[in-house]
Design a protein around this ligand. Structure first.
Ligand code: PAF
Length: 287
């Protein structure tokens, strides 16, 4: 294990000074935005960043603007000391951990709003989510002046939204998507898995299993609507109390596909479902 304690900075000025010094020395810088509660999935993003740049910066900021009032902002798991330890274990160079006032000064009034790719799925279920994500990520990209930024495919729609913002606003950064890190049984790693009881954790594997079966059925020529319905039935049968969506969409812009066979299109199956009080999401390539 590498054990290099990351430097912790809390202001945009200090972040810029450090990144500016690295870039002036000819080093490329990778940003990995996170909300903390780090796990192996985040660490795999840092490691991917290290293959693309000499320096890695992890931001740790639980962004209030992407939570609706009834959502889990207050209870979202936080633990800066543990996060710093984990970043040290993979040799991350810098942790940017701003307070809410540093990110959103009094009177803050600007929101990045998108149409299109942000509208279905998570956008429909959580109307303020992508405005909050796009705003904070745009700020982080501008603040850090990173050459490359890494995001997990676990939040697949978020990744597509960020790609869209970066293209639309000509932000000078390369966006890299990283494959979803999974537990041995196939459950996607997520900070919210910490909310699951042992029984729920055992049942949760139905989510990746169901979408994998659907993806295989469609790749083998089956109808999209049948595969979506079968996945929903399997998820509910495993003890999930509600499926917000299970949808096979075009992989790039997330427009609708189906209801028949996928043909030559490149698809993505995306799911969000509630297990007790916990909302889990996942996705996989189709075809
Ligand atoms: O994926 C996340 O953890 C968050 O949505 C992000 C990208 C760090 C923005 O707050």
């Amino acid at each position: 294990m590498v054990h290099k304690t990351p430097k912790i900075v809390r202001t945009v000025a200090d972040l810029r000074a450090q990144v500016g010094a690295w870039r002036a020395a000819g080093e490329r810088v990778a940003l990995i935005p996170t909300m903390g509660a780090l796990h192996q999935g985040h660490l795999s993003l840092i490691e991917l960043g290290q293959t693309r740049a000499q320096r890695t910066v992890a931001s740790v900021f639980v962004n209030p603007k992407q939570f609706a009032p009834h959502e889990d902002f207050d209870s979202y798991p936080r633990g800066e000391a543990r996060d710093a330890e984990l970043l040290a274990s993979v040799g991350c160079d810098l942790m940017f951990a701003p307070g809410v006032d540093e990110m959103y000064a009094p009177g803050f009034s600007t929101t990045i709003n998108l149409t299109g790719v942000s509208e279905p799925l998570e956008g429909a279920a959580r109307p303020q989510f992508f405005g909050g994500v796009a705003t904070v990520v745009t700020k982080l990209l501008i603040q850090s002046q990173a050459d490359v930024a890494v995001f997990g495919e676990k939040d697949y729609q978020q990744l597509q939204v960020i790609r869209r913002v970066v293209r639309d606003l000509d932000l000078p950064v390369e966006i890299v998507g990283a494959p979803t890190a999974r537990a041995e049984d196939g459950l996607a790693l997520s900070s919210r898995n910490a909310y699951l009881t042992p029984e729920e954790r055992a049942a949760a594997v139905a989510l990746p299993n169901a979408i994998k079966a659907a993806a295989q059925a469609v790749a083998a020529g089956g109808r999209i609507d049948d595969a979506e319905e079968a996945a929903k039935t399997a998820i509910l049968a495993a003890g999930f109390r509600q499926v917000d969506y299970v949808d096979i969409r075009e992989a790039g812009d997330l427009s609708r596909l189906g209801p028949g066979p996928i043909g030559a299109a490149k698809g993505r199956i995306l799911v969000a479902a509630w297990l007790g009080k916990t909302r889990l999401i996942d996705n996989m390539a189709v075809g």
